[in-house]
Ligand binder design. Structure first.
Ligand code: BG6
Length: 482
């Protein structure tokens, strides 16, 4: 197979929060895999940093463990891990004090791309950004990468944006939403804008409604401190589901270029109608023997939702009359993320008495088994006259394109884009603010009423209220698992 790997330029990446969970599970293994396939070599450096006093050797050995534990299931030779960890260095730094900054400065090269990855809580973003700038560590060409959550509401997101912009230009700022790095999310743009088949039908004249589902089977174990203050709306809808909605609903940008794409996404967010509380269903998982949300949260009175479903309307020419139903939750029956586009039935059924027409549904599967399915109606083969039946045109990318190799983790693509200086798959400041401006009144709505989320059983498809939400409109959710 011809290698499709395009090497990036030499870089020095400083990873703040290097001993944290995300760094160990995602960021460092992602970097390793791109090293393994030769996208960068020994001319690059990764400088881990955190509060902990750690030697570079200890950081290398922790990273090797993390790669073995969380790296992808691909053949990995010990010398590959050793080659990668040889690029690592470590500096203990006090984000709010003086310690460590000179040492970081001393390790950076003049002629390498500088990227600062803040895998830390947002409360530290302003302090680290200021230090990087005041010490001269960050140059006008440096990139700064911010992990989610980007704020807790509109006011805090505005505050963060303002604090960052005191030291960095917008084109240096990379706000991560890892959903944008998922292969199928990018494929959604290819499907819509590189094929002529779908776009003429992609509007309310032909599409009845859209369902966007991100169902998880895991709970919140271990993340209670963050999650119980956030809930599914802040944790998933304001960012990940919003991105899926934007890419599904946006107008074709003139170019596949960062601002052209992001301009169109912002227009979608700005066209969203406020959501009435009657168009929302919130749930909280319950479980036996201390295995419910409130047990995991350590908060017996918690009113935080671990599930949310909403009916969302994009009030513009293309989508008026076509609702988007969004749902996401933890501890559901299966892990499924997908976008299902329901086309309207044909205007007239010439096959009356031959069985129902199975409406066309285009399902874009993000995970597991990335791929696309188109539900169609065909003649039931064989004798028996004209009988209609449903059949799927099904494409699982791994089967169709086996040469594309192992599935890529979203972080791999995103980190390499930072080094390449391509912001297309990162959220712009105004985009994040627009998403909070939409989400804030929704959250305030249930905070005002003080209503508790409806309990649902772990391993189920979510609370009953979410069924009612869509049944009221004469529609049904696609099933989550079997
Ligand atoms: C994170 C959320 O951003 O995304 C988590 O904070 C969630 O709560 C995760 O579990 C889901 O990501 P993925 O890639 O596993 O679908």
């Amino acid at each position: 197979m011809v290698s499709r790997v395009i090497p990036v330029q030499p870089f020095d990446l400083v990873l703040f929060g290097a001993t944290g969970d995300l760094a160990r599970r995602k960021i460092l293994p992602a970097l390793f895999h791109r090293f393994q396939i030769g996208q960068f070599d020994s001319n690059c450096r990764i400088i881990g940093s955190s509060r902990s006093d750690l030697t570079a050797e200890a950081f290398r050995s922790q990273t090797a463990d993390a790669i073995r534990e969380f790296g992808q299931d691909v053949e990995t030779k010990a010398e590959e891990i050793a080659g990668f960890t040889a690029l690592l260095d470590y500096v203990a730094v006090d984000a709010r004090g003086e310690n460590g900054w000179d040492a970081i400065h001393g390790k950076l090269r003049e002629d390498a791309i500088r990227a600062f990855y803040l895998s830390v809580g947002p409360a530290l973003f302003p302090d680290i950004a200021r230090r990087l700038s005041e010490t001269g560590i960050a140059t006008p060409e440096s990139r700064i990468v911010l992990e989610k959550p980007f704020g807790h509401d509109l006011a805090s997101a505005r505050g963060l944006n303002a604090a960052l912009r005191e030291h960095f230009e917008e084109q240096q700022i990379y706000r991560i939403d890892h959903y944008l790095g998922k292969e199928t999310v990018q494929n959604l743009m290819a499907l819509r804008f590189a094929n002529s088949l779908f776009e003429p039908l992609w509007n309310s004249s032909h599409i009845d409604h859209v369902q966007i589902t991100v169902a998880e089977s895991i709970g919140i174990e271990g993340r209670e401190e963050y999650y119980d203050k956030s809930g599914a709306m802040r944790d998933m809808v304001q960012n990940h589901l919003m991105q899926l909605l934007c890419l599904t609903a946006m107008e074709p940008p003139a170019h596949f270029a960062p601002n052209a794409v992001r301009d169109e996404k912002v227009k979608v967010i700005e066209a969203l109608r406020p959501v009435a509380q009657a168009s929302i269903a919130r749930g909280q998982y319950r479980g036996k023997n201390g295995d419910g949300y409130r047990d995991h949260a350590g908060n017996p009175a918690s009113r935080t939702e671990s599930y949310i479903a909403l009916k969302v309307e994009v009030a513009n020419w293309r989508w008026a009359g076509t609702p988007f139903y969004l749902r996401t939750g933890k501890r559901l029956r299966e892990r499924v993320s997908e976008i299902a586009v329901y086309f309207r039935d044909p205007p007239h059924n010439i096959f009356e008495g031959s069985g129902p027409i199975h409406g066309n549904v285009l399902v874009i599967r993000l995970q597991p088994d990335e791929g696309i399915t188109l539900k169609t109606t065909i003649k039931d083969p064989g004798p028996g006259g004209m009988r209609l039946t449903g059949a799927n045109l099904d494409m699982t990318f791994a089967d169709e394109l086996p040469e594309s190799g192992r599935p890529q983790d979203a972080y791999e693509r995103l980190i390499m884009d930072v080094i390449r200086g391509n912001q297309t798959l990162f959220m712009r400041g105004d985009e994040v603010e627009a998403a909070w401006a939409w989400a804030d009144p929704i959250i305030a709505g249930w905070q005002d009423t003080g209503e508790a989320p409806q309990p649902y059983d772990s391993g189920s498809a979510g609370p009953d209220d979410s069924l009612l939400l869509i049944h009221r409109d004469g529609r049904r959710w696609r099933s989550i698992g079997t």
